[in-house]
Ligand binder design. Structure first.
Ligand code: ZN
Ligand code: ZN
Ligand code: ZN
Length: 375
């Protein structure tokens, strides 16, 4: 693509706030309380640093969300610059005053409110003390799919982030691996993501040899050797939307077993991607990948869910996991990332971000999925 996408407008944000308020009413809530973090960014375009000073967006459930943003007075000028500022009311409070007193009249004495999962406990406790009659519930639990279905402008950003991550993978395959530390490759990956337009790098996993068998291993001092499998898993934000892709490479020629394990993961990943279409349950995407790996004899070594949603964060609903029986809807975006982890030996993971289309799915990552040989 050429140039950056057009910024989201106040209208875009008004639509999102209306959608959220309607979903809140459907969920039996009286309103939503949004703290600094991904929900606030998505709803308003405002991205303050979370602090001990209360910042809180209050939305009324129903057809008119009547959004009010409670902000510290010293941050009000920044808040007034937010994309959604024309369609919300700013209510500032000054140091020395009780911010919960400013927020309280917006809520009323009773009812049930969904609150951002990342709201700080001190703020929730402040509200609870001031408004003991209100019941609070997790926003993610009550509206898990609030941000899950992406519109065209969001998909454009996710595709751009995916293409940038792909470009980083194409480049990283050219750098020397043998004799360098995992952290060196991780630094290269971070630099490449930034070079290809990421404003934020969230993770750069480089799991070489036995470290690859730990899916949570990020990157350490281990020096990569000839004969190592190396799991690469990296992503971050570009234009405010996430990338997250994994490929597993091998330093020199792989053994027959390494190739076989990689073939199994690759086929499982392909089968799970092929299962993606509107109406299928999230857990069935997981099931397809898991059954393939189990049938190949490696079921006990596939130790995590198959995927997670992605949007203004790199991990969010919907989750492709056993027990998640909600169904896929066009516009949802998530990872498909089965893996096999052989303790003390090596790991393999292949991950693409896909989006659900009317007919099936479209992959937002498109680099070769074969076991690549690096040097
Ligand atoms: Zn090897
Ligand atoms: Zn990943
Ligand atoms: Zn992922």
């Amino acid at each position: 693509m050429t140039g950056s996408p057009a910024p989201f407008t106040a209208d875009d944000h008004a639509t999102r706030m209306r959608r959220a308020a309607e979903a809140a009413a459907d969920a039996g809530l009286d309103g939503l309380l949004i703290a600094p973090g991904p929900d606030l960014v998505w709803l308003t375009g405002y991205r303050p640093v979370p602090t001990e000073r209360l910042t809180l967006l209050v939305l009324r459930a129903g057809e008119d969300p009547d959004p009010v943003l409670v902000v510290p007075a010293l941050e009000a000028p920044d808040a007034a610059e937010a994309a959604a500022a024309p369609v919300l009311t700013l209510r500032d409070w000054s140091d020395g005053n009780d911010p919960y007193e400013t927020a309280a009249p917006l809520l009323g004495a009773g009812g049930r409110y969904g609150i951002s999962d990342n709201a700080w406990a001190m703020h929730l406790l402040g509200l609870t003390k001031r408004l003991p009659g209100i019941r609070y519930t997790s926003l993610t639990e009550s509206l898990p799919m609030l941000r899950a279905v992406k519109d065209a402008a969001e998909l454009e950003r996710l595709a751009a982030a995916g293409a940038a991550a792909d470009a980083a993978y194409e480049e990283i395959r050219k750098v020397p691996f043998a004799g360098r530390r995992e952290t060196d490759i991780a630094a290269d990956l971070a630099e490449l993501l930034r070079h290809f337009g990421h404003s934020q790098v969230d993770f750069t996993v480089v799991g070489s040899g036995p470290n690859g068998a730990n899916p949570h291993h990020e990157a350490g001092d281990r020096v990569i050797e000839q004969g190592d499998m190396v799991v690469l898993d990296f992503g971050g934000l570009k234009y405010g939307y996430g990338s997250d892709t994994s490929r597993t490479v091998h330093v020199g020629e792989p053994t027959a077993e390494e190739q076989r394990v990689h073939d199994v993961v690759r086929a499982a990943q392909q089968a799970a991607c092929a299962a993606v279409r509107p109406g299928i349950a999230c857990q069935d995407v997981d099931r397809v990948a898991r059954e393939y790996i189990t049938d190949a004899g490696y079921g006990e070594y596939f130790i995590h869910r198959t995927g997670h949603g992605i949007g203004v964060t790199t991990h969010e609903p919907p989750y492709m996991v056993d027990g998640e029986d909600r169904t896929l809807v066009p516009g949802m975006c998530f990872s498909v990332e089965p893996g096999i982890y052989l303790p003390g030996r090596f790991g393999v993971r292949i991950e693409d971000i896909v989006t659900v289309t009317e007919e099936g799915m479209r992959s937002l990552n498109d680099t070769p999925r074969e076991l690549a040989i690096v040097h």
